[in-house]
Design a protein around this ligand. Structure first.
Ligand SMILES: [Zn+2]
Length: 447
């Protein structure tokens, strides 16, 4: 049974330890209060910093009291949105990354995410996405792209998310894809500057994650961009494993070898029929030889899944892995390591872009601060998922005699109800009793 007991009572203590470099006299606001104020941007899916003023500052008789209860503070006024921007910058990116680490480590220690492990090991989903795009240079580190006469200045991020049960994905680390040697780029045309890229960012991010979580032997779940010697070597160095999407275009010789060997091992087949009419056929070949562009030799295992439905189209997926593939493991590797990768896109980036979380919005014009907002969003999204996928809302729905989706209609409505609540409902002191909270168990629905 996975529970998030002891998570929320300690959250304020973690906020207390945020490194805050504001000048003492200027600290009219407690950092716990400002941190919660910032988190509301995403918990309530307000979409922009200005909405904090409209929806919260001027928007409800209970906001100040409720936030004071949440942050255990005694503020007498609400801040303007620029105060938040200054505060977030003074805590700096490293401060917010530490807060994220504290959240993740607690969830790991409580074994909340264990049901999604692959062969007993945690699955790390890795994917990159575009964040902001300007027509003028925004900072010295922008990626530069030429499209005909147009030049675009971009910022991308590589995100590592830990796979949990019930569709939960927890942000573990982020690496911004940007040109670090900005001085070098001065006076040079875009095509002369060596642009940063996803694979280079992975070589910075993954060793850092290893350092922060030396005891965890992750399985990397990545797309076919990573089907190269550099990834295999990095995984070996970190003592991790990988499940990489296998496609003909990226590794054509290996693909041909796999296709040639498949008919030679007809016993490597597993058929699974589901109650809804779906049929999955798994096939695999072990110990394929692969020589990378640097002349290194690798032994790789390949597996595939063909899925047919009674009336729908046929789906085909294939992966490469260093995990042992056989009758007992092929299905788990395909599901947890292979198909789960889409979750980082669906639950992660798509949801974060196409909702009030507004991932691609420029929350701060300060060239350093927008990264802080990115990490703050990731922290808030962990809290949001614990609420949405946890047992408390389900229990509430049960008490009302309605299924969860009928109670709120959509996840967007959950955020709207929260907003109504913080504005108009006087939250009771007893709701924040740490002793009571410690007895409360939130389980993730892993069925
Ligand atoms: Zn920039």
């Amino acid at each position: 049974m996975q529970t998030t007991r002891h998570f929320f009572p300690d959250f304020n203590a973690w906020l207390d330890r945020l490194p805050d470099t504001r000048v003492q006299e200027a600290c009219t606001y407690d950092k716990r209060f400002l941190a919660w104020w910032g988190l509301q941007l995403y918990l309530l899916q307000l979409g922009s910093r200005r909405q904090l003023d409209y929806e919260l500052r001027d928007g409800g008789p209970q906001v100040l009291d409720n936030l004071n209860r949440l942050a255990q503070t005694e503020q007498t006024t609400l801040p303007v949105h620029d105060t938040l921007d200054h505060f977030l910058g003074h805590v700096k990116l490293t401060g917010w990354e530490r807060l994220r680490r504290q959240c993740v480590q607690r969830l790991l220690r409580m074994k909340v995410l264990d049901a999604a492990r692959l062969l007993g090991r945690p699955v790390l989903l890795l994917d990159a996405t575009g964040l902001i795009c300007f027509h003028r240079r925004h900072c010295p580190y922008c990626l530069v792209q030429r499209h005909g006469k147009q030049t675009l200045y971009l910022h991308h991020v590589l995100e590592a998310k830990l796979l949990g049960p019930a569709g939960v994905v927890v942000s573990l680390g982020s690496e911004f894809i940007e040109n670090a040697d900005a001085a070098d780029a001065k006076g040079k045309a875009a095509e002369e500057v060596k642009q940063d890229c996803e694979l280079k960012a992975a070589r910075r991010l993954l060793p850092r994650i290893k350092k922060e979580h030396p005891q965890l032997r992750f399985v990397l779940a990545v797309d076919n961009l990573y089907a190269c010697g550099a990834t295999f070597a990095l995984a070996k160095q970190l003592n991790w494993s990988y499940v990489v999407t296998f496609k003909e275009g990226r590794t054509p010789a290996l693909w041909r070898e796999y296709q040639a060997l498949l008919p030679a091992c007809p016993e490597n087949t597993l058929r699974r029929q589901w109650g809804d009419g779906r049929v999955q056929t798994f096939r695999w070949v072990s110990h394929l030889d692969y020589q990378d562009s640097d002349g290194r030799s690798w032994k790789l295992n390949a597996l595939e899944c063909t899925e047919t439905t009674t009336d729908g189209p046929r789906h085909y997926f294939a992966w490469l892995t260093d995990l042992p593939v056989g009758r007992n493991t092929v299905e788990e590797i395909a599901q947890q390591g292979g198909r789960s990768r889409w979750k980082v896109e669906n639950e992660g980036f798509n949801r974060q872009k196409n909702s009030g979380l507004n991932l691609e919005h420029v929350y701060s014009i300060d060239p350093e601060n927008w990264k802080v907002y990115y990490v703050l969003l990731q922290i808030a999204f962990v809290l949001t998922q614990l609420l949405e996928r946890g047992s408390l809302l389900r229990r509430l729905a049960l008490e009302c005699g309605r299924p969860f989706w009928r109670l709120f209609g959509s996840l967007k409505n959950v955020a709207r109800r929260l907003l109504d609540s913080i504005r108009f409902v006087a939250w009771e002191e007893s709701w924040f009793d740490a002793a009571v909270a410690k007895k409360l168990r939130i389980e993730l629905d892993s069925s």
